[in-house]
Write a protein that binds this ligand. Structure first.
Ligand code: KIV
Ligand code: ZN
Length: 380
């Protein structure tokens, strides 16, 4: 698991963090057990330089990665920022697609290839662990990708990253691409192939999982899926998909899943960017049940409507939300939990009052139930 919350995530609108805040988040990522933390793009700002240096001075276990264009100044800045890192990685990238070559870089295929090789070689002078990314890979001619990746490996790259920079691909397409790249790139066996998916079509997680099926053994993702435009693949969703459907993927992660919700909440607090209620795994509704039929099923056996345990991702428990869609079983269950064991006629009166209340308010809380039973909000 390669976490880029502090680089690709942080560079998106509304998510910027100060160096000290990045350090706090890096501690949480290390606790979570990610394998690599991308700390920033040191050549891009003094703040990214300082944040990487701060993190490198403290965080020991995960590899720490700094981003860099295939340009000497950038690579030197990345190396300087990582001086104190125990496991430093320099991540060099260059755009490879025809659109980017022509309109962004003004470079030919040959020139891009040469810069990629020079970038990897120079980065290797500073660190053993070099990652190479072909930006906009999913809109690049496949024969050129094979050529660039083969040369990057020959120049010393040990991770080959295949970014879907604009979230354009589909699961079938990326699965096939990984299979063909791993079969066709020279020296592929010496490198780990990596997926980096953006969410412009809402497919980032599905595409990352498909890339794993195609042979990717590193995925790049962010907490809460923050990132450029619609974001990056959400770490918590990939981790739980691999845990819940592990047999299908034949691989897992070393993530302590109970730390997922705390990491999500911490990032929301630091950035001020909350997640939507219905967000998978970490949204407020992820383990909340309101419909009567669902609540009834849940009270008998939680597997009826839950495929993972809330406790396993950091929630205290599932939540039975009382509202217009709730039925007798759930209301009675909550009343009993509050200490109210009612005779049948009493319960019918309370349940009728509960339904009436639901015409006026969306959610009925414990204090509301207490008033319905006793007329006193403070009664226990
Ligand atoms: O999306 C992208 O292409 C990137 C690269 C810099 C890896 O973030
Ligand atoms: Zn990206």
């Amino acid at each position: 698991m390669f976490d880029t919350t502090l680089r690709d995530g942080e560079q998106s609108p509304g998510c910027s963090l100060r160096p000290a805040q990045k350090l706090v988040m890096a501690r949480a990522l290390a606790e979570l057990g990610v394998d690599v933390i991308e700390t920033g793009f040191p050549a891009s700002s003094a703040s990214d330089m300082e944040a990487t240096r701060l993190i490198a001075a403290e965080i020991q276990r995960p590899s720490l990665c700094a981003l860099s264009r295939c340009a000497p100044g950038d690579i030197e800045a990345a190396a300087k920022a990582l001086e104190k890192a125990r496991r430093p990685r320099i991540h060099v990238f260059i755009s490879t697609s025809p659109l980017h070559r022509e309109h962004k870089l003004g470079l030919s295929r040959q020139q891009v290839l040469e810069r990629a090789i020079e970038g990897v070689r120079l980065a290797r002078r500073y660190v053993e662990d070099v990652e190479f990314s072909a930006e906009d890979a999913l809109r690049t001619e496949e024969d050129f990708l094979v050529e660039v990746f083969s040369e990057a490996i020959a120049a010393g790259a040990r991770t080959i990253n295949v970014p879907d920079t604009v979230g354009y691909t589909t699961p079938e397409e990326i699965r096939g691409l990984f299979q063909r790249l791993i079969a066709g790139v020279r020296g592929a066996g010496q490198a780990v192939f990596s997926a980096h998916c953006h969410d412009d079509l809402g497919l980032a997680v599905a595409n990352s999982l498909a890339a794993i099926e195609g042979g990717a053994r590193q995925v790049e993702c962010t907490i809460n899926g923050i990132g450029e435009r619609a974001g990056n693949a959400a770490l918590e969703e990939i981790v739980m998909a691999l845990k819940v459907r592990g047999a299908r993927y034949g691989t897992g992660t070393g993530i302590d899943t109970r730390a997922l919700l705390p990491a999500s909440r911490l990032l929301s607090r630091l950035t001020g960017m909350t997640v939507q209620r219905n967000k998978a795994v970490v949204g407020a509704n992820a383990f909340a049940h309101e419909a009567g039929i669902h609540q009834h099923g849940m009270l008998r056996n939680r597997n009826t409507y839950e495929i993972m345990r809330p406790e396993d991702v950091g929630w205290p428990a599932s939540q039975m939300v009382l509202g217009r869609h709730s039925g007798r079983h759930a209301v009675n269950d909550r009343l009993r939990a509050l200490g109210f064991v009612l005779e049948e006629f009493e319960f019918e009166r309370v349940f009728a009052a509960f339904k009436k209340l639901c015409d006026h308010q969306r959610l009925v809380r414990d204090a509301d139930l207490q008033v319905l039973v006793t007329g006193d909000p403070d009664a226990a």
